[in-house]
Design a protein around this ligand. Structure first.
Ligand SMILES: [Mg+2]
Length: 240
């Protein structure tokens, strides 16, 4: 296999602890979309994949994996009294505000600094909007180590299409086979496969269990804290 020179991270559930970060935001967004009707808000949460009682978001659901435009369309369909486009704009606002309360999986500036010291190209590919991704990277102070950011509105398409990975490869002038994609959802792993990326790595800090990720991943890690250990034990392409 080719040497890995670039890592493309998903954000929610990968860099950020999904449940701690997004449960309160999803609740507020649903109540807003329901115009304050708590019964409808509960129904919208269920449709988007969140249990209103436990706050647990199920794997592969809209809240776990979809872009705000898709969530807005589903909510509007289910009776939210908004046009999808208008609701998308409101949801974007909730998700940007939510970014201010996001909880990181680990010390991200320290991790990114160490990965950068290995000479790696580092990128983020998220179904969130680009402004939210940038806001998080700046607030959590790892932006100086990030070479590339793609959101659903960056013009490279959405997951699991390969566009975000292909643009990262072009931007950094590296081959797709040199890129490891790291994510908590099968959308991330399918994006890696569709782009013919070098590695698809699953992490368990999001909404998916190991049984969901393993069939689509080269490796599944408990979290990104295990990533450097994995890089150290990858076969050396120069030797084989
Ligand atoms: Mg994710």
């Amino acid at each position: 296999m080719t040497k890995i020179t670039g890592i493309l991270f998903d954000k929610d559930g990968t860099l950020l602890d999904f449940d701690k970060s997004w449960e309160p935001v999803n609740r507020r967004a649903s109540l807003f979309a329901a115009a304050g009707d708590e019964v409808l808000a509960d129904r919208l949460m269920v449709i988007c994949g969140m249990d209103p009682l436990t706050g647990k978001v199920s794997s592969g659901s809209l809240f776990a994996a979809a872009a705000p435009s898709e969530i807005a369309a589903a909510m509007s369909n289910a009776g939210a009294p908004f046009e999808p486009e208008e609701l998308t704009a409101h949801l974007d606002r909730f998700f940007i505000e939510g970014a201010e309360n996001a909880v990181a999986v680990t010390d991200l500036p320290a991790l990114f600094k160490r990965l950068k010291a290995r000479g790696l190209h580092l990128g983020i590919a998220s179904s969130d909007n680009e402004a939210s991704i940038r806001a998080i990277a700046e607030r959590m102070q790892f932006m100086p180590y990030v070479d590339y950011i793609a959101g659903y509105d960056s013009g490279h398409g959405v997951k699991p299409n390969p566009g975000m990975v292909e643009a990262f490869a072009r931007r950094q002038n590296i081959d797709l086979s040199e890129i490891a994609v790291v994510g908590d959802n099968t959308h991330d792993l399918h994006m890696a496969r569709n782009a013919r990326a070098g590695l698809a790595i699953g992490v368990l800090t999001g909404t998916s269990g190991i049984e969901a990720l393993e069939p689509h991943a080269d490796y599944v890690l408990a979290s990104i804290e295990e990533l450097e250990g994995l890089l150290d034990r990858l076969p050396d392409p120069a030797v084989s």
